[in-house]
Design a protein around this ligand. Structure first.
Ligand SMILES: [Cu+2]
Length: 506
């Protein structure tokens, strides 16, 4: 090697190592380095609390309290109320939740490593059950559970030092523990590392839970807790923030293009492990398992029942980003779906455009009429006075989410593949069998408006009788079909009946 070349190589090597060390000065990187070995709980005691006691700011989901901003250990007072209350779990479906702070998940608690936390748990006088709290961020037997057992109308108090930094689940641990958790008794407590977390533009609090109701998914009215389903681990609903649609449509999470977003995501369980994913985003960083190390460039992160993770991403292009449990039937058939709506200018060099909403979301898309029409029809049905118009309005939305992918939003079908429902002579010949076709599917040769189809429509037995009635009535009253009504009774009969026969004779 000639000296000049050798010199250039040296300069290059220097530049590279300088570049690297510049990157290491980034505060996030420092946090990560510190996490190489933070010393754990043995190094987490920064001495006695200093200054006046501070009252913790608690927030309801999806909000997160501001950073503590403290550089010394404090005494922090947390006051949390247990409230048993009836709330909607889905449109037109109610459930008696047991909550920390009146919400599912419970209030978000934020403290700093080394803080001394004086915890006050109050159980409302109108509660029917005793409750307690086990915080995974507590060092000590039961995580506070034994010291916090609280009868209705009573209050208890205990104190702990937050020795480990991280994102921790808290939950009720009163017997039967599974039932208390299944009813919504969980939340998150963030113990910030001493140097704090890197600054971001938005922080949100999302928590997954699985729910077990006496009726099926979308059965309307009040639903009781189903212990047998919980033991079998067969949830009726899998939800973010305790309600189907808690974070969609007008309640979607918000961000702007060019922002850095951090999610604090917990999983209350009681049973399922979440394969947490955001459709259309890649997590720049995931503090997996809620600990102090991060992984970069992650598509899907596992969040165990009773566990949590923090993740960060940067938004480049506008649109709706869909938070799901990628065990995907949970997202589209049990409710585990939320939306982050990002506004701002397009960048066609990053993404050419065309919204994913329609493809993925059907009736859950942002901007479509709210699913309130479905609730209105359900309420009317319950009172025995549902009108054809109410059924049609609800059916239209359900059709969009259930049938339109194949038969198309305008009912025209796709030539040679999916027969038309519009002006269908097959429907006109026997309108009531639409209910049977929905529930049992259809296969074998059918002729619709002079064209033959020999394909398979899968059965959609997950639909409730009401949903079948709504969709059926909508189809009969749309696109030049003969009109009429499919009633709940028709649906019930169709469910019990044999599938429609096709082939010769039809
Ligand atoms: Cu409880």
């Amino acid at each position: 090697m000639k000296p000049a070349v050798r010199f250039a190589t040296l300069i290059l090597a220097l530049a590279v190592s300088l570049g690297l060390s510049a990157c290491r000065n980034d505060s996030a990187q420092r946090a990560s380095d510190a996490a190489e070995d933070s010393g754990g709980s043995a190094k987490g005691d920064f001495g006695p609390p200093q200054g006046e006691p501070v009252k913790a700011v608690l927030t309801s989901p999806p909000l997160v309290p501001p950073a503590t901003g403290r550089t010394a250990p404090a005494k922090v007072i947390v006051e949390l109320d247990v409230v048993e209350k009836e709330m909607e779990i889905s449109e037109g479906v109610t459930y008696t939740f047991w909550t920390f702070g009146g919400t599912v998940p419970g209030s978000f608690i934020r403290v700093r490593q080394g803080d001394t936390v004086e915890f006050h748990l109050r159980n409302m006088p109108d509660s029917k059950m005793p409750h307690n709290i086990d915080l995974h961020g507590v060092t000590g037997p039961g995580g506070g559970a034994a010291s916090s057992f609280t009868a209705p109308g009573h209050q208890s108090q205990f104190t702990f030092k937050a020795l480990n930094a991280g994102l921790y689940v808290y939950h009720c641990a009163t017997a039967p523990v599974g039932m208390h958790i299944a009813n919504g008794m969980y939340g998150l407590i963030l113990v910030e590392p001493p140097e704090g977390l890197p600054k971001v533009d938005r922080e949100y609090y999302v928590m997954q839970g699985d729910f077990y109701t006496s009726g099926k998914y979308h059965d309307k009215g009040h639903q009781a807790f189903a212990m047998d389903k919980a033991i079998d681990e067969h949830p009726t609903y899998v939800l973010f923030n305790g309600r189907e649609g808690a974070l969609t449509n007008e309640k979607a999470l918000q961000a702007k293009v060019g922002e850095k977003v951090r999610l604090y995501v917990g999983n209350g369980g009681p049973n399922l492990v979440s394969s947490f994913h955001v459709i259309g985003e890649i997590f720049d960083k995931v503090w997996y398992e809620g600990g102090r190390h991060y992984q970069e460039n992650v598509q899907t992160t596992l969040i165990p029942a009773g566990g949590a993770a923090m993740m960060e991403f940067h938004t480049e292009v506008p649109g709706s980003y869909v938070l799901v449990d990628h065990s995907i039937f949970r997202a589209f058939n049990k409710g585990a779906l939320a939306i982050l709506k990002t506004d701002g200018a397009e960048d066609k060099t990053v993404y050419s455009g065309k919204e994913v909403d329609e493809v993925y979301l059907g009736d859950k898309a942002v901007g479509t009429p709210s699913i309130a029409a479905i609730g209105a029809a359900a309420a009317a049905t319950a009172s025995g006075k549902v009108t054809r118009e109410e059924r049609i309005a609800a059916g239209k939305l359900l059709f969009a989410g259930t049938c339109s992918t194949c038969h198309q939003p305008n009912g025209e079908g796709l030539p040679g593949v999916f027969p038309p429902l519009a002006k269908s002579d097959f429907i006109a010949a026997e309108p009531k069998r639409v209910a049977n076709i929905m529930l049992h599917g259809l296969h074998g040769k059918v002729t619709v408006n002079g064209k033959d189809y020999d394909s398979v429509m899968p059965p959609m037995s997950q639909l409730t009788d009401d949903e079948v009635a709504n969709i059926g009535t909508y189809v009969l009253n749309s696109w030049g079909n003969p009109g009429g009504e499919i009633t709940r009774d028709d649906a019930k009969k169709a469910r019990a009946a044999a599938p429609v026969e096709t082939g010769p004779g039809h």
